[in-house]
Ligand binder design. Structure first.
Ligand SMILES: Cc1cc2nc3c(=O)[nH]c(=O)nc-3n(C[C@H](O)[C@H](O)[C@H](O)COP(=O)(O)O)c2cc1C
Length: 210
C-alpha cells in the first residue's frame, strides 16, 4: 500500500481550504480507487501546534521534547507522500503550514509531494515558496501542480461581502490536472518507499557542525 496524506495548511476559520479539501478528496478517491493507495486528510489545525518550541532543530535527530511534536511526527512519519493544499498568504505559504513543516525533518525526507494551491494567481507564489522549503527537507516534488484561481475556480455570490468565501466552481480542465498530479505523486511515493525500505543505514542526522 502507498500512503498519501492530503495536508491542509491554512488553520483559519472559516477557510476556503475546506472547500478545496472536499473537492480534492472526492476527485482523488475516484482517481485512486483500486490502486492500493491509502488516502487521508491531515489537517494542521487538528494538531494544535504552537509556534515552533522545540529547543533543537529536528534535523539534529534528537528526541522531541513536546507531546504535540511527537503526535505530529507520528502522523507524518506514517505516509509515503503528500499533497499539500495550500492557500497563498502574502506571496508565500500560510505561516501555520511553514511552522508545521519546520517541526520535523526525517519524517518528510525521501518522500513525494504534489501541490494544489489557490489564490489570485492560483497560489503560484505559494507553491514556488513551498518547493524551496521542501527541497531543504529532502522531499521530492513532482512537476505537476494544480492552481485554482480566486476569480476563475471559485464563485462568490456577494463580491462586496469580504467574508464570503464563495464556493468551488472549478473549470473543467482542473480535474484532469489533479488526476495527472496525483498519478505522479503516487508513482514517485511508491518508488521512494521501496528505496527507503532497501536502505541499510538510517538517514544521517545533520549535526550542529555540518
Ligand atoms: C493573510 C492573507 C494573505 C493573503 N495574501 C494573498 C496573496 O499574497 N496572494 C493571493 O493570491 N491571495 C492572498 N490571500 C488570499 C488567499 O489566498 C485566499 O483567500 C485563500 O482562499 C485563503 O485560503 P484559506 O481561507 O483556506 O486560508 C491572502 C489571504 C490572507 C488571509
Amino acid at each position: 500500500m502507498t500512503r498519501i496524506a492530503l495536508i491542509i495548511g491554512s488553520t483559519r476559520s472559516p477557510r476556503r481550504s475546506d472547500y478545496v479539501a472536499t473537492w480534492v478528496e472526492e476527485a482523488a478517491r475516484r482517481r485512486l480507487d483500486g490502486r492500493g493507495v491509502v488516502l487521508d486528510l491531515v489537517d494542521v489545525a487538528d494538531f494544535g501546534l504552537p509556534v515552533l518550541d522545540e529547543t533543537h532543530p529536528a534535523a539534529y535527530g534528537l528526541p522531541y521534547e513536546h507531546e504535540h511534536t511527537r503526535r505530529w511526527s507520528r502522523a507524518i512519519d506514517s505516509y509515503d507522500g503528500f499533497v499539500f493544499l495550500t492557500a497563498e498568504h502574502n506571496r508565500g505559504i500560510p505561516a501555520s503550514l511553514k511552522n508545521a513543516i519546520d517541526y520535523l525533518y526525517a519524517e518528510w525526507a525521501d518522500k513525494a509531494a504534489g501541490f494544489v494551491s489557490f489564490g489570485a494567481s492560483g497560489g503560484a507564489h505559494a507553491v514556488a515558496h513551498l518547493r524551496g522549503v521542501l527541497s531543504e527537507l529532502k522531499v521530492h516534488a513532482v512537476r505537476a501542480q494544480v492552481q485554482l484561481g480566486s476569480f476563475t475556480d471559485f464563485a462568490v455570490d456577494a463580491p462586496s461581502d469580504l467574508s464570503d468565501l464563495g464556493r468551488m466552481a472549478v473549470r473543467e480542465h482542473q480535474e484532469g490536472a489533479l488526476a495527472g498530479m496525483l498519478d505522479e505523486v503516487v508513482e514517485l511515493a511508491g518508488a521512494l518507499r521501496r528505496m527507503r525500505e532497501e536502505r541499510t543505514a538510517p538517514l544521517t542526522p545533520v549535526t550542529a557542525t555540518s
